[in-house]
Write a protein that binds this ligand. Structure first.
Ligand code: HEC
Length: 127
């Protein structure tokens, strides 16, 4: 039912409302993908597990989750997590970080499927 509403709304509504209506489809898929990340990442700000909190990570400077003191490859990172950077990192964290700053990232999980990466990024945008 949501999908029908989405198609309808996309044609009729512009701007913020439109984005809010269109994203849930992929964000919902992303929530499932995020099950793979949950062991190491929380979505609440300031709550850290093996990995840093991912609250507000999209658009944020890499390696700067407040209060997370265990960065390895991302320590001192000089890039921002825009969609392109996240697509690269999630596909192959080790290669991505090595190419960026020569360090070894401590995150090993790879999301090989492009649609999984896109969906989880959509999901993360909402947190
Ligand atoms: C086995 C634990 C583990 C899993 C599973 C894991 N991560 Fe990570 N993640 C980490 C660690 C540790 C870091 C910090 C890496 C570093 O500093 O080198 C990290 C860093 C990140 C960052 C950068 C955060 C920042 O503050 O700059 C993002 C984004 C991220 N992970 C996304 C994900 C997503 C999305 C998934 C699921 C598809 C995932 N991770 C699965 C451990 C994990």
């Amino acid at each position: 039912m949501k999908r029908h509403v989405t198609a309808f709304a996309t044609a009729a509504i512009v701007g913020a409302v439109c984005t809010a209506v269109v994203t849930p489809a992929t964000a919902a898929d992303g929530e499932k993908v995020f099950n793979k990340c949950k062991a190491c990442h929380a979505l609440e700000a300031g709550k850290h597990k093996v990995g840093p909190s991912l609250a507000g990570v999209v658009g944020r400077q890499a390696g700067t989750a407040e209060g997370f003191g265990k960065y390895k490859g991302l320590e001192g990172a000089d890039w921002v997590w825009d969609e392109a950077a996240l697509m690269g990192y999630l596909e192959d964290p080790k290669d991505f970080v090595k190419a960026k700053n020569g360090k070894r990232t401590s995150m090993v999980l790879k999301l090989r499927k492009e649609e999984d990466r896109k969906a989880v990024i959509e999901f993360l945008k909402q947190h």
